[in-house]
Design a protein around this ligand. Structure first.
Ligand code: IYR
Length: 231
Protein backbone atom coordinates (compact mmCIF):
# COMPACT_ATOMS: atom_id res chain seq x y z
CA UNK A 1 0.00 0.00 0.00
CA UNK A 2 1.20 3.49 -0.82
CA UNK A 3 3.87 2.17 -3.17
CA UNK A 4 4.09 2.83 -6.91
CA UNK A 5 2.75 -0.30 -8.59
CA UNK A 6 4.74 -0.17 -11.84
CA UNK A 7 7.14 -3.07 -12.27
CA UNK A 8 9.86 -1.02 -13.96
CA UNK A 9 11.89 1.76 -12.42
CA UNK A 10 12.18 2.69 -8.77
CA UNK A 11 9.40 1.96 -6.31
CA UNK A 12 8.27 5.32 -5.00
CA UNK A 13 6.32 5.95 -1.80
CA UNK A 14 4.53 9.10 -0.63
CA UNK A 15 6.56 11.49 1.52
CA UNK A 16 4.77 10.89 4.81
CA UNK A 17 7.44 12.00 7.25
CA UNK A 18 7.84 15.61 6.07
CA UNK A 19 6.49 18.35 8.35
CA UNK A 20 5.92 21.95 7.33
CA UNK A 21 5.80 24.68 10.00
CA UNK A 22 4.33 28.17 9.66
CA UNK A 23 7.12 30.71 8.96
CA UNK A 24 7.19 32.16 12.50
CA UNK A 25 7.45 28.71 14.04
CA UNK A 26 10.07 27.77 11.46
CA UNK A 27 12.17 30.77 12.46
CA UNK A 28 11.77 29.99 16.15
CA UNK A 29 12.85 26.40 15.55
CA UNK A 30 15.89 27.56 13.55
CA UNK A 31 16.85 30.03 16.31
CA UNK A 32 16.40 27.39 19.02
CA UNK A 33 18.39 24.80 17.08
CA UNK A 34 21.26 27.22 16.59
CA UNK A 35 21.28 27.97 20.31
CA UNK A 36 21.26 24.26 21.10
CA UNK A 37 24.18 23.36 18.83
CA UNK A 38 26.14 26.50 19.68
CA UNK A 39 26.41 25.22 23.28
CA UNK A 40 28.43 22.24 22.06
CA UNK A 41 32.08 22.35 22.96
CA UNK A 42 34.76 19.88 22.04
CA UNK A 43 35.94 18.47 25.36
CA UNK A 44 39.29 16.86 26.12
CA UNK A 45 38.76 15.98 29.79
CA UNK A 46 36.22 13.26 30.38
CA UNK A 47 34.67 11.70 33.47
CA UNK A 48 34.75 7.92 33.72
CA UNK A 49 31.08 7.91 34.79
CA UNK A 50 29.21 5.25 32.85
CA UNK A 51 26.83 6.28 30.09
CA UNK A 52 23.76 4.23 29.13
CA UNK A 53 24.66 2.20 26.07
CA UNK A 54 21.18 2.90 24.69
CA UNK A 55 22.10 6.56 24.20
CA UNK A 56 25.04 5.54 22.04
CA UNK A 57 22.87 3.07 20.12
CA UNK A 58 20.18 5.67 19.35
CA UNK A 59 22.77 8.28 18.35
CA UNK A 60 24.30 5.72 15.98
CA UNK A 61 20.87 5.00 14.51
CA UNK A 62 20.53 8.77 13.95
CA UNK A 63 23.95 8.83 12.23
CA UNK A 64 22.82 5.95 10.03
CA UNK A 65 20.03 8.13 8.58
CA UNK A 66 22.56 10.47 6.95
CA UNK A 67 22.18 11.28 3.28
CA UNK A 68 24.90 9.38 1.44
CA UNK A 69 26.10 8.27 -1.97
CA UNK A 70 23.53 5.99 -3.70
CA UNK A 71 22.28 5.00 -0.23
CA UNK A 72 25.10 2.45 0.04
CA UNK A 73 25.75 3.69 3.62
CA UNK A 74 29.52 3.37 3.38
CA UNK A 75 30.32 3.50 7.08
CA UNK A 76 31.06 1.35 10.08
CA UNK A 77 31.01 2.48 13.70
CA UNK A 78 33.16 0.34 16.00
CA UNK A 79 32.11 1.10 19.58
CA UNK A 80 34.71 0.44 22.25
CA UNK A 81 33.86 0.34 25.96
CA UNK A 82 36.30 -2.44 26.93
CA UNK A 83 38.99 -0.99 29.25
CA UNK A 84 41.79 -3.22 27.92
CA UNK A 85 41.04 -2.28 24.34
CA UNK A 86 40.80 1.40 25.24
CA UNK A 87 44.24 1.16 26.86
CA UNK A 88 45.65 -0.44 23.69
CA UNK A 89 44.09 2.30 21.54
CA UNK A 90 45.56 4.92 23.84
CA UNK A 91 49.02 3.36 23.62
CA UNK A 92 48.91 3.19 19.81
CA UNK A 93 47.43 6.68 19.41
CA UNK A 94 49.97 8.25 21.74
CA UNK A 95 52.82 6.60 19.83
CA UNK A 96 51.58 8.25 16.61
CA UNK A 97 50.91 11.54 18.34
CA UNK A 98 54.41 11.57 19.86
CA UNK A 99 55.78 11.30 16.31
CA UNK A 100 53.36 13.96 15.10
CA UNK A 101 54.17 16.56 17.73
CA UNK A 102 57.91 15.85 17.84
CA UNK A 103 58.71 15.22 14.17
CA UNK A 104 55.94 15.06 11.59
CA UNK A 105 53.98 18.26 12.20
CA UNK A 106 55.25 21.31 10.32
CA UNK A 107 55.75 24.38 12.51
CA UNK A 108 52.79 26.15 10.90
CA UNK A 109 50.49 23.29 12.01
CA UNK A 110 51.85 23.36 15.57
CA UNK A 111 51.27 27.12 15.64
CA UNK A 112 47.67 26.63 14.52
CA UNK A 113 47.16 24.09 17.33
CA UNK A 114 48.81 26.22 20.04
CA UNK A 115 45.56 28.00 21.09
CA UNK A 116 43.95 24.59 21.69
CA UNK A 117 46.68 23.42 24.06
CA UNK A 118 46.75 19.87 22.65
CA UNK A 119 49.70 17.56 23.23
CA UNK A 120 50.61 13.89 22.64
CA UNK A 121 49.11 12.73 25.96
CA UNK A 122 45.64 11.28 25.36
CA UNK A 123 44.35 10.11 28.78
CA UNK A 124 40.76 10.67 27.62
CA UNK A 125 41.12 7.55 25.47
CA UNK A 126 41.00 5.55 28.71
CA UNK A 127 38.85 7.83 30.89
CA UNK A 128 35.88 8.26 28.56
CA UNK A 129 33.32 5.44 28.71
CA UNK A 130 32.99 5.17 24.92
CA UNK A 131 35.29 5.45 21.95
CA UNK A 132 33.57 5.24 18.58
CA UNK A 133 35.99 4.44 15.78
CA UNK A 134 34.35 5.61 12.57
CA UNK A 135 35.42 3.83 9.40
CA UNK A 136 34.73 4.73 5.79
CA UNK A 137 34.16 1.78 3.52
CA UNK A 138 36.09 2.56 0.35
CA UNK A 139 34.07 -0.16 -1.36
CA UNK A 140 31.51 -2.75 -0.27
CA UNK A 141 31.78 -6.51 -0.48
CA UNK A 142 28.96 -8.74 -1.75
CA UNK A 143 28.31 -12.10 -0.11
CA UNK A 144 30.13 -13.72 -3.09
CA UNK A 145 33.21 -11.61 -2.30
CA UNK A 146 32.92 -9.23 -5.30
CA UNK A 147 33.37 -5.50 -4.78
CA UNK A 148 30.57 -2.92 -4.78
CA UNK A 149 31.69 0.56 -5.80
CA UNK A 150 30.90 3.24 -3.21
CA UNK A 151 30.34 6.89 -4.08
CA UNK A 152 31.09 10.12 -2.19
CA UNK A 153 32.45 8.08 0.69
CA UNK A 154 34.19 10.84 2.62
CA UNK A 155 31.30 13.25 2.16
CA UNK A 156 28.82 10.59 3.32
CA UNK A 157 30.82 9.58 6.39
CA UNK A 158 31.46 13.23 7.24
CA UNK A 159 27.74 13.98 7.19
CA UNK A 160 26.96 10.87 9.30
CA UNK A 161 29.64 11.91 11.78
CA UNK A 162 28.13 15.39 12.05
CA UNK A 163 24.75 13.89 12.84
CA UNK A 164 26.33 11.53 15.39
CA UNK A 165 28.09 14.39 17.18
CA UNK A 166 24.89 16.44 17.18
CA UNK A 167 22.81 13.49 18.42
CA UNK A 168 25.20 12.82 21.31
CA UNK A 169 25.26 16.52 22.21
CA UNK A 170 21.47 16.65 22.06
CA UNK A 171 21.32 13.70 24.46
CA UNK A 172 23.62 15.50 26.91
CA UNK A 173 27.00 13.93 26.20
CA UNK A 174 30.27 15.61 25.34
CA UNK A 175 32.44 14.49 22.45
CA UNK A 176 35.90 14.91 21.06
CA UNK A 177 36.76 14.37 17.41
CA UNK A 178 40.18 12.81 17.72
CA UNK A 179 42.38 12.22 14.69
CA UNK A 180 45.62 10.48 15.58
CA UNK A 181 47.53 10.29 12.34
CA UNK A 182 47.93 7.81 10.78
CA UNK A 183 45.10 5.70 12.24
CA UNK A 184 45.80 2.35 10.60
CA UNK A 185 46.29 0.81 14.06
CA UNK A 186 42.50 0.98 14.49
CA UNK A 187 42.00 -1.66 11.77
CA UNK A 188 44.46 -3.97 13.55
CA UNK A 189 43.13 -3.45 17.08
CA UNK A 190 39.47 -3.60 16.08
CA UNK A 191 39.78 -6.35 13.46
CA UNK A 192 38.32 -4.23 10.67
CA UNK A 193 38.76 -5.35 7.06
CA UNK A 194 40.95 -3.82 4.34
CA UNK A 195 38.06 -2.06 2.58
CA UNK A 196 37.56 0.11 5.67
CA UNK A 197 39.71 3.14 6.41
CA UNK A 198 39.58 4.93 9.76
CA UNK A 199 37.87 8.30 9.39
CA UNK A 200 38.09 9.52 12.95
CA UNK A 201 37.92 8.42 16.54
CA UNK A 202 34.99 9.97 18.40
CA UNK A 203 35.36 10.10 22.18
CA UNK A 204 32.06 10.30 24.07
CA UNK A 205 31.05 10.66 27.70
CA UNK A 206 30.34 13.14 30.46
CA UNK A 207 32.85 15.94 30.74
CA UNK A 208 35.11 15.78 33.80
CA UNK A 209 33.57 17.94 36.58
CA UNK A 210 36.47 20.39 36.30
CA UNK A 211 36.78 20.22 32.50
CA UNK A 212 38.11 23.34 30.84
CA UNK A 213 37.94 24.26 27.17
CA UNK A 214 40.07 26.61 25.08
CA UNK A 215 38.46 30.03 24.71
CA UNK A 216 39.80 30.37 21.18
CA UNK A 217 37.88 27.32 19.98
CA UNK A 218 34.57 28.82 21.11
CA UNK A 219 34.91 31.84 18.85
CA UNK A 220 32.97 31.13 15.68
CA UNK A 221 33.05 33.19 12.50
CA UNK A 222 29.98 35.42 12.06
CA UNK A 223 27.47 34.68 9.34
CA UNK A 224 28.80 37.32 6.94
CA UNK A 225 32.18 35.61 6.99
CA UNK A 226 30.89 32.11 6.33
CA UNK A 227 28.04 32.76 3.92
CA UNK A 228 27.14 34.97 0.97
CA UNK A 229 23.69 35.65 -0.38
CA UNK A 230 22.76 36.75 -3.88
CA UNK A 231 19.14 37.85 -3.84
N1 IYR B 1 45.83 14.78 16.00
C1 IYR B 1 46.51 15.65 16.95
C2 IYR B 1 46.65 17.03 16.45
C3 IYR B 1 45.44 17.83 16.23
C4 IYR B 1 45.17 18.29 14.96
C5 IYR B 1 44.12 19.13 14.74
I1 IYR B 1 43.86 19.88 12.88
C6 IYR B 1 43.28 19.51 15.78
O1 IYR B 1 42.19 20.36 15.55
C7 IYR B 1 43.54 19.05 17.07
C8 IYR B 1 44.63 18.21 17.26
C9 IYR B 1 45.84 15.59 18.32
O2 IYR B 1 44.73 15.05 18.42
O3 IYR B 1 46.40 16.09 19.28
Amino acid sequence: MGVDESDTGPQLAPLESYREYPPDEMIRRAVDFHAEVARRRTVREFSDRPVPREVIEHALRAAGTAPNGANLQPWHFAVVANPGLKAEIRRAAEAEEQEFYERRAPREWLEALAPLGTDPEKPFLEHAPYLIAIFEQRYGIRPDGSRIKHYYVTESVGIATGILITALHHAGLATLTHTPSPMGFLNDLLGRPDNERPFLLLVAGYPAPDARVPEAAGRKKPLDEIASFRD
